[in-house]
Each structure stands twice: as C-alpha cells, then as structure tokens.
Design a protein around this ligand. Sequence first.
Ligand code: HEC
Length: 101
Amino acid sequence: MKRCSIRATKWRISEALVVALVIVLGAVTAVLAKDDGAAPAKKAPTGAQLYAMNCGRCHMERYAKERTDAQWQTIITHMRVHANLPGADARKIIEYLQASN
Ligand code: HEC
C-alpha cells in the first residue's frame, strides 16, 4: 500500500510539471504574439529616414539644398555603391533629396 502512495505522489509531481510547462509555454507564446502584433516599426522607411540611416555613416549629411537635381543624381549613383544600397532605397533617397532642394 505504501509503495502505491509513493508512486501516486511521483505521478502528481510529474503532472504538476507538465501543467507548469504548459503554463510557461502559453505565457511565452502570448508574449511573442504580442510582440509580433506591436511591430509598426516594420513599416517601410521613408526616403528621409533612409537618407538619415545610410548617408551619415561615413561623412556629414549634406542638406538637400546644397546640390541640384542633376548633382544628386550623380552623387546617388556614386554613393549607393559606397552605401551598398538596394535600388529601391536609392530611388527613395533621391526622390526625397530632389523634392527637398
Ligand atoms: C561607406 C561610406 C559612405 C557612405 C555610406 C556614403 N558615402 Fe558619401 N562619400 C564617401 C566618401 C569616401 C566620399 C568622398 C570620396 C568619393 O567621392 O568617393 C563621399 C562623398 C560624398 C559627397 C561629396 C562630398 C561632400 O561632402 O559634399 C556627397 C554629397 C555624398 N558623399 C553623399 C552621400 C549620400 C547621399 C549617401 C547615401 C546614399 C552617402 N554619401 C553615403 C563615403 C560614403
């Protein structure tokens, strides 16, 4: 009889562990799901943001007004190689610079 009650106690402990594990996993999943939901930072950056993120890394950022549209075209053609920019990002940056000069 005694042996039986020891087994029963062990069973209760492992049951409790399973329940605890399920609760922990549930909590982790809930936290991760919440993080995914609260991610408006994933919105694509604007040209101005891309300019700030990429074009001040190696030197001071130039004001858009310091160059003409044609000069910005030449500069971006050259600098997108330095900055290793994808075409879409380079286009957004030049649109921003040419709209602001
Ligand atoms: C990896 C470093 C690096 C990054 C990133 C970079 N540049 Fe440059 N930039 C340079 C270097 C080096 C020079 C000067 C020599 C040359 O022309 O290659 C320069 C020169 C310039 C000049 C002419 C000099 C001046 O200060 O007026 C402009 C304008 C310029 N960069 C704009 C940009 C823009 C816009 C971006 C973002 C698309 C950018 N750069 C990103 C390295 C960088």
